[in-house]
Write a protein that binds this ligand. Sequence first.
Ligand code: C2O
Ligand code: CU
Length: 490
Amino acid sequence: MLAPPEAPAAPRRPGRRRLLVPAVAAVVVLAPLAWLWQASLLPGTYSVTDMGTVDDGRGNAGHAGHAATAGGRSVDSLTEPSAGPADVRVELVAREEPFRLASGEETTGYTLNGTSPGPVVHAELGQLVEVRLVNESVRDGVTLHWHGLDVPNADDGVAGVTQDAVPVGGSFTYRFRVHQAGTFWYHSHQASHVQVQRGLLGALVVTPPGGVGAIDALALVHLYDGTRTVNGRSGETPVAAAPGERVRVRVVNTDNAPMSVWVPGRPFRVLAVDGSEVHGPGEVRDVAVEVTGGARTDLEVVAPARIDLGGASVLVGEQAPPAAPRPAATLDLLTYGTPAPLGFDPAAATRSFDYVIGRSPGFLDGVPGMWWTINGHLFPDVPMYMVAEGDVVRMRVENRSGEGHPMHLHGHHAVVLSRGGVPAAGSPWWVDSLQVADGETYEIAFVADNPGVWTDHCHNLPHAVEGLVAHLMYEGVTTPHRIGGPNTPE
Ligand code: C2O
Ligand code: CU
């Protein structure tokens, strides 16, 4: 009983009772909320290795702060093993400043060597690349992440996880050998939802020795102040090619949302997805290709041709066809191309994980809202996927959150096994940035061959800020870096 029963004869002195009941009700409602609020508060700084729930991929879950990592190898020691001088050396100077797009519009944000997008970093397959990042004036600090390249963990560029953000006046040198020819990009992984949007990014292209046997063109797409650009140019971007010449156009989507790409009135092929060649890419026409946030697609067209990118276009050769609306059909990569060996056996998986994306009301670091959940929990109470070097890993990525998400795993390339239970039947579909639409379930697999602590997050970067971030961690690896303070990776 909350209070003694009251005689009905005393209606004229209601004061205390009338106040008491709502007060008790308020406590009953607010106390658990206050507890939830308080429990959601993140410490000033924390190690990513103390975060969340350990999932060993064998049916055991436990709390983080793992003994497994005690006395382990530091991520700082997981560096490029090749000594000697680099084949490609680049210095990138980051600044926070107003600048002009290649097409003349004025904007403000971040530049590398005075431009945004920054310089194209180009290497040949097998070369050793060294990039020195210098922060001249980015007040929040800066890093560079090599999106899609499976670099050593110490060079992954995630502030608070694999390095500290580089302060104004500081520098950091990244060093890695490129083991895969393809289209990649780089961007800051410090305050990334702001810095990437405001231009702290560029393309990284790795070509096979002798080139790609066609005209090689880049189409890095980015929205500046809501205007879609290709290589920093709004409107139409020309690519010189004689009639009949084949052109490889490397489309990079550096924005948060998926983008449709189509080739009006001409056949084309999809040569590569996320830096991996498609096996047996057949000619298609009158279909759009979806390139999600962070993803890349290399198209082959024959001049003259036009590539529409939903608000900007690439004109290949003279007399390209006129713009046309997006075709209704979308190319399905689950069946595109022809099968080829994967190089490993996903049926022999030694770990299997669920990455189920949902949405729920709650507190995120004390802020009430509707936040993303992973396996039913809010950040930071999300899974820490544990693996050991050599594991074959399967992951089921299921989206029940009401919105689509471009899911990006660092440091590894995963192959799509199935979507909605339907097995992949085309070329091996290797991804590092996979659009998982609401209601979809993908099964993917990869080999754990790159030790470290690797972020596995949504590349719609504001969603990452809203908690859609988990990590893949190798047993015996630890990090001295801490999230919080100067390090805010998302
Ligand atoms: Cu393109 Cu975690 O990033
Ligand atoms: Cu998302």
